[in-house]
Each structure stands twice: as C-alpha cells, then as structure tokens.
Write a protein that binds this ligand. Structure first.
Ligand SMILES: Nc1ncnc2c1ncn2[C@@H]1O[C@H](COP(=O)(O)OP(=O)(O)OP(=O)(O)O)[C@@H](O)[C@H]1O
Ligand SMILES: [Mg+2]
Length: 315
C-alpha cells in the first residue's frame, strides 16, 4: 500500500511479449524495463516509433498484462481497482462519440466513473473551463478542431480528479498554440500536486515541461535522468565563437582549430572544444581582432535523442 515515500509508478523488470503472425512468432515489445516516478513529477517517456511506449502505458493502465516483471501504481498492482480509480488516461488514438457535445461527452465519462448526478455538472463545467472549452460546451465533437479534441480528451482524463495522469502523445498533431495550451494544462496539473507521465515525440515540449525523462529504445531503457543531468553529460563543453577583423592567416588558423565552421568569412563563426577555445583565445590576444560573441553550447534533447537512437549500444 502507499505511504508518503511510495513512488507513484514503479515498473520493475517489465517484459511484454506479443505473439504475431501464423507461426505465433514472439516479439518482445518491452525488454526488462525498470523505472520509478515520484509524486509531483512531470515525467517524459521518449523513444522512437515502436520503442514500446504505448505498450508500457497499456500495462500501467491495466489494459494488458506483463509477461514478466511488475507494474505498480501507488504501491498497488496496476490492476488493482483502487489504483485505477486514482488514474486518468488519454490514449494515443482516442475514440470519441462525435455526436455528443463537449458537455455531454464529459458528463458521460463522469457517469462511467460513477460520479453522482449532484456533482457531475459542476465538475464538467470546471473541466471545460480548465481546458479552455467553456464556449464550445454545446458544440458536437465532430465540429471540434484537432486541438479542441485533444483538450477535451485531456478533460476526460481528469474527470475522476486523478492523482496520476497518463498521457500518450498529448501534443500530437497540434499547432504551436495548441501545444502551448496543452503544456499550460500540464503545468497546472503539477501546480495542483498531480503526477504526470507522458509520452511524446515533440522534444521541445518535453524539454520545456518535464522534470525527468526516460529514453526507451527497442523496449530497453537507454537513458534516465533530469534534463540537466542528461543534457549536461551530453553537452561536450563546446563554445560558439564569432570574431571579425582578423588577418587572413589568423582567420585560417582559427578555422583549423575549430570542430566545425558555422559561418566562414571575414566575420567568422566557429564551434570550438575546450582546448580549441584556449588556443583560439591566446591567438586572438596576440593577433587582435574583435570578439563579437562567445556562447557556451548546451546540447539539446533532440541531439541526445538522435545520438541515442543511432548508436548501437543496446543491441
Ligand atoms: N497487440 C500487439 N500485437 C503484436 N505486436 C504489438 C502489439 N502492440 C504492439 N506491438 C509491437 O510492439 C512494439 C512496440 O509498440 P508500441 O506501440 O508500444 O510502440 P511506441 O513506442 O508506442 O511507438 P509509437 O511512437 O509509434 O507510438 C512494436 O513493434 C509493435 O508492432
Ligand atoms: Mg505509441
């Protein structure tokens, strides 16, 4: 059972195997995954297509069962009805009854969760407000834009006032405004003490909102940590230097010291590693020239992701 220090999600050595095709060939979608999510975290679950994210999320929601290992929510089995009642879920491909209005749709889900008639209307109105759909409450879902559908889907995931919200690609197909709205909703959940577990391919969003991320590749955990940890370790301590007014020779020397030349020419921009930077600075002190800018480069989550997906480490 849960106590104060119990993680909200605990996945231990999770293996999920499917059997496919006529010969019932085994495929392992998840291969020995372990991770924990702590109360109040926004946790990003990343990985390329087919990595096993949705499969893991289905196990967490009790929709499919582990082949091996375990998945716990609030210190209980993910299949425990008491755990399920504290979870809200936005599936990857939600199916909605498109002839219902936003209000009717949420009211319907409220009934499914056994919310009494006396509290349902107020709860639904509050959720519509929270996701910015109050003015669309009486419009049928088939007239909703993609962004509105995604938001009503999130509202649906919140109908039971869950402590843990699991969102499978909540930003998919949204324009920049829609993505910002979804980010704001997620921040707001965190402010209210909720824990959020989300999968996404939109790494800028993940970088903006997640406290910690896991990168899953071919069903195995490749990286896990805070963004600062993962990006710090990935940065490689590079600096981008822009100089102007150098003699041709010196310009050439600096280009040779660089890891790469961003913009060649009289106003030169290069990326240097630590040693290259030292050498370039000494040269500049001797030869003159104007330093236009000097910017330490931080790795992006995208760089890290691409590097991890391309490296054969987990084979
Ligand atoms: N019901 C199933 N039967 C057979 N194979 C399955 C089943 N569900 C998933 N798989 C396989 O398991 C692997 C992982 O799929 P999953 O949907 O979990 O990936 P994902 O990380 O969510 O990918 P995406 O980013 O594309 O959503 C894939 O190879 C997929 O084909
Ligand atoms: Mg998926």
């Amino acid at each position: 059972m849960s106590s104060k220090n119990t993680p909200i999600i605990r996945i231990e050595n999770l293996v999920k195997e499917f059997r496919i095709g006529f010969f019932r060939k085994r495929v392992q979608a998840v291969r020995g995954l372990s991770l924990e999510v702590q109360p109040g975290e926004i946790f990003g679950f990343l990985g390329p297509n087919g990595a096993g994210k949705t499969t893991t999320i289905k196990v967490l929601n009790g929709l499919i069962f582990p082949s091996q290992g375990k998945a716990e929510l609030f210190g209980m089995s993910a299949n425990d009805i008491r755990a399920k009642s504290k979870v809200g879920f936005l599936p990857e491909h939600p199916y909605f009854y498109e002839y219902l209005t936003g209000f009717e749709f949420l009211d319907f889900y409220g009934r499914l969760f056994g919310l009494s008639r006396s509290i349902r209307p107020a709860r639904v109105e509050r959720l519509l407000e929270q996701v910015g759909l109050s003015t669309a409450r009486d419009i049928p879902l088939r007239k909703y834009s993609k962004g509105m559908i995604q938001r009503v889907g999130i509202a649906q995931a919140l109908i039971n006032d869950p402590d843990l919200v699991i969102l499978d690609e909540p930003m998919s197909g949204l324009d920049p405004i829609g993505r910002k709205e979804v980010r704001d909703i997620i921040f707001n959940l965190k402010d209210h003490g909720k824990t959020v577990f989300l999968s996404s391919h939109i790494l800028q969003d993940v970088e903006m909102i997640c406290d910690r991320v896991a990168i899953l590749i071919k069903g195995q955990l490749r990286k896990l940590g805070t963004l600062a940890e993962l990006l710090g370790e990935h940065s490689g301590h590079e600096t981008e230097l822009t100089v102007s007014g150098l003699p041709k020779m010196t310009n050439e020397q600096i280009r040779n010291m660089a890891k790469r030349v961003v913009i060649p020419g009289n106003r030169l921009t290069v990326v240097l590693d630590e040693q290259g930077l030292q050498e370039a600075m000494q040269l500049l002190l001797r030869e003159g020239g104007k330093i236009e800018s000097l910017v330490p480069l931080k790795g992006t989550l995208e760089d890290l992701f691409v590097q991890q997906v391309q490296s054969p480490e987990a084979e």
